[in-house]
Write a new protein. Structure first.
Length: 73
């Protein structure tokens, strides 16, 4: 997975909030082989029962797409 300059965020499909994802912290917790592909973590809003999808873009001017699509390109 290319990580340099990549923006990644989690987007809740229920409350439509977006959350910044700290990849460095994530790798420190989960290990370098951890993959976000197919992961749908619970929303961070306490009262929301939704699940998040990951969105990524390769740079500032690149539109965000879902992680599953990005990986398969
Ligand atoms: Zn939510």
């Amino acid at each position: 997975m290319r990580l340099n300059g990549v923006n990644i965020k989690a987007h809740c499909e229920k409350c439509r909030n977006s959350f910044r994802v700290d990849l460095v912290a994530l790798i420190m917790v989960k290990g370098p082989d951890y993959s976000l592909i197919g992961q749908h973590p619970p929303c961070r809003i306490i009262d929301c029962q939704g699940r998040c999808s990951f969105l990524v873009s390769a740079g500032k001017n690149t539109p965000m797409i879902t992680l599953d699509r990005w990986e398969s390109e």
